[in-house]
Design a protein around this ligand. Structure first.
Ligand SMILES: [Zn+2]
Length: 218
C-alpha cells in the first residue's frame, strides 16, 4: 500500500498542485494525506477538510503556523510527522515557485526529509522513497513525471469547488479555468485527457547518518 504525503504552504495548494495524484493513489488502494503549514484565515482550514473529503483522502493535518519560516521547532515537527506517517512519496512545492511561502516550504521540507532519515535523530528513522515537486501557479518547463489523472478528474474539480473564499477573488473563474487548462496541457503532453506534472528531486545521501548506507546493486 503506497503512502503519499503532500506538504503544502496554504489550503488549496494541494488541490491545484497534486489533488489528482493524491486522489488516484487513494483510489488505487494507497493512503494519501495533506500536511498544511498555515491556515489564514482559519475558515480556509475547513475548506481544506472539505477538499480532502472531496478527493476521498485522509483527514488533513493543519499546523497553523502564523508565517512560514524555520524558526523554533518547525522542521522537527515536520520530520516527526514524516516519521509517523511513513510516506513512500512526498510531494511539495517547487524551489522556483513565484510565491515566497512556497519556496520557503520547499527548503523546510527538504531539511525535514533529511532529518527524518537520520539514525541520530530517530530510533526508527524514515527514508522517503521519492520526492516530487508540484506546479501550483508557476509552471514546470520540463516535467519529469506526467501522471494521468483522468480517472479522478471529477474529484479534483469537486475539490476546487470547496474553496469559495479563493474562487470568489476572481469573477472570470480564473482558478477553475487555469486548473482545467493546465491539466489539459499536461494531458496533451502525456497522451491522455487530464494529467498533473511534477519534477522529481533526487534524494541526498550526505553522511553516515542513515540505516542503509550503501546500495547493494545499481
Ligand atoms: Zn499557496
Amino acid at each position: 500500500m503506497r503512502r503519499a504525503l503532500a506538504i503544502v504552504s496554504h489550503p488549496d495548494d494541494e488541490t491545484f498542485g497534486c489533488g489528482g495524484a493524491l486522489a488516484l493513489n487513494a483510489q488505487q488502494g494507497g493512503s494519501s494525506q495533506v500536511l498544511c503549514l498555515t491556515s489564514d484565515p482559519p475558515e480556509r482550514g475547513d475548506e481544506l477538510k472539505a477538499a480532502c473529503k472531496a478527493l476521498e483522502i485522509d483527514e488533513p493535518v493543519i499546523m497553523g503556523l502564523e508565517e512560514i519560516s524555520d524558526e523554533g521547532d518547525v522542521i522537527r515537527r515536520i520530520s516527526d510527522h514524516i516519521v509517523s506517517y511513513k510516506p513512500d512519496i512526498l510531494i511539495t512545492h517547487l524551489p522556483s515557485d513565484y510565491h515566497r511561502d512556497h519556496r520557503a516550504t520547499y527548503e523546510i521540507v527538504k531539511e525535514a526529509v533529511e532529518w527524518a532519515a537520520h539514525t541520530t535523530t530517530y530510533e526508527e528513522p524514515w527514508l522517503v522513497g521519492r520526492l516530487l515537486l508540484m506546479e501550483v501557479n508557476t509552471l514546470i518547463s520540463s516535467p519529469h513525471v506526467l501522471l494521468d489523472v483522468s480517472e479522478v478528474w471529477a474529484l479534483k474539480e469537486a475539490a476546487v469547488e470547496c474553496y469559495p473564499t479563493q474562487l470568489a477573488k476572481f469573477e472570470d473563474g480564473y482558478y477553475q479555468r487555469f486548473t482545467r487548462a493546465k491539466a489539459e496541457l499536461r494531458g496533451v503532453q502525456g497522451g491522455c485527457e487530464y494529467a498533473e506534472a511534477f519534477l522529481e528531486e533526487p534524494l541526498q545521501r550526505n553522511g553516515p547518518f542513515y540505516e542503509a548506507k550503501a546500495s547493494k546493486s545499481l
